[in-house]
Design a protein around this ligand. Structure first.
Ligand code: FDA
Length: 393
């Protein structure tokens, strides 16, 4: 139980909240870190398949989506991947680069939670766990009515994350506070999530569940070369998760199933050479057999390549290299790694994360309209935005 006054109360003991607490408490501020959960950093624990992809050495603003793409630049430039790597090394946590600059713990995400908790404690931040915030009021200070004691503070930091994975404690608390203080919110949407097939594909392709392929997936000017994975309801895998960050309901995505081949030229060359095989059998060389067969049966001409007209070759090439799908939706927040959208960055100072129109109120981490691609970028934003606010609260 805790009562009384704090210089800063941070609601949400996730990555952003703990980083903010460390830096504010190091400055000698009296800091409380409040969470409705009894268990700290649960998202960190489940991240990166239990090994936490804690940063990306290539983290740059271009890997983030926000209505204002410039907003994240200031915080990201003041707390870089190397700054977090220094903390990881100081705590002797072994790590490795998996691919594409993604750094993971060798052993367990628990080590990242332990690092953050021990730095919070060493700096003197005070944890208040299992505590619900029932009401927030403000005059010259903030007053919090909670399920434990009533507490007050000069600076209130909202670090409650997005809506993803409700079963481990995600709530819309941040958006409710924004509403209370009349702050604009960019519509939250599930992101870094699989996409469901629409009617045309679901009937034919759901039996491909479990098949994966190396592809390029494009959506609204963003393209990713990684695996796709067929599921019972649609597509998943890293390339689809990345594309989902750029996808809005109704938008098509385009899949290049043969990213290393110029299919049009290849087929025309084979035709000139009198190739007797069909596309269905030829495709099994480059694609998993089940995918090659199903795709060819559904979308490609059945004749031997030698008999294909220019028009048929061009259509086949287009289907294989720019397969257009309009997803019907996504599995939603139960599966989404992040929530896109959030507190409109126009409401916040990019230097401090403080609201321009409510002095003393700060938003950091995923609750803000800054969302990173898959690959350690979202933690880097959590660390960087937490660090930024930690200098001022
Ligand atoms: P975060 O959600 O971590 O913390 C919010 C805290 O607020 C929680 O402790 C919650 O209990 C608390 N809270 C919520 N509502 C509250 C309320 N009403 N009252 C009090 N407390 C409340 N990113 C990455 O960079 N690398 C990775 O490997 C992964 N992997 C990954 C896997 C999976 C399965 C998911 C779901 C997500 C990832 N992510 C990721 C994304 C990453 O986990 C996420 O972006 C950050 O944890 C966001 O940090 P925050 O501190 O902003 O919120």
């Amino acid at each position: 139980m805790s009562s009384g006054y704090f210089d800063a109360i941070i609601i949400g003991a996730g990555g952003a909240g703990m980083m903010c607490a460390i830096h504010a408490a190091r400055r000698g501020r009296k800091v409380a870190l409040l969470d409705h959960s009894q268990r700290i950093g649960r998202k960190i624990l489940i991240s990166g398949g239990g090994r936490c992809n804690f940063t990306n050495i290539h983290a740059s603003p271009s890997a983030f989506v926000s209505r204002n793409p410039h907003f994240c630049k200031s915080a990201l430039s003041r707390f870089k991947p190397d700054d977090f790597i220094d903390m990881v090394e100081a705590h002797r946590i072994p790590y490795h680069e998996k691919k594409l600059g993604q750094l993971f713990c060798d052993d367990s995400a628990q080590q990242i939670v332990d690092l953050l908790v021990s730095e919070c404690e060493r700096a003197g931040a005070h944890f208040i766990l299992g505590c619900e915030v029932l009401e927030v009021k403000k005059d010259h200070k903030f007053y919090l009515k909670t399920s434990q004691d009533d507490i007050s503070c000069d600076s209130l930091v909202v670090a409650t994350g997005g809506l993803s994975i409700p079963k481990i404690g995600a709530t819309g608390f941040g958006y409710r506070i924004a509403k209370q203080f009349d702050l604009a919110v960019i519509e939250p949407l599930p992101a870094l999530v699989g996409l469901n097939f629409g009617k045309p594909e679901i009937d034919h392709l759901s039996e491909l569940a479990g098949v994966s392929a190396d592809t390029i997936v494009s959506c609204n000017d963003a393209s990713f070369r990684e695996n796709i994975l067929f599921t019972h309801t649609g597509l998943s895998g890293p390339a689809i998760l990345q594309a989902s960050l750029y996808w809005n309901p109704g938008d098509p995505i385009y899949i290049n199933l043969l990213p290393d081949v110029d299919v049009d030229s290849w087929l025309k060359m084979l035709r000139e050479a009198g190739e007797k095989s069909t596309l269905k059998s030829l495709l099994t060389i480059d694609l998993p057999r089940r995918l090659a067969e199903k795709f060819a049966e559904r979308y490609l001409p059945p004749q031997p390549v030698a008999e294909l007209s220019d028009k048929k070759i061009e259509l086949a090439a287009e289907k294989l290299q720019s397969w257009r799908i309009v997803p019907s939706g996504s599995p939603g927040y139960v599966k989404a790694e992040v929530t896109r959208g959030g507190i409109d960055t126009d409401e916040l100072s990019s230097k401090t994360m403080e609201c321009k129109k409510v002095s003393g109120l700060y938003f950091i981490g995923e609750v803000v309209d800054v969302t990173g691609q898959l690959g350690g970028y979202n933690f880097q934003w959590a660390w960087a935005s937490g660090f930024a606010a930690g200098q001022y609260v």
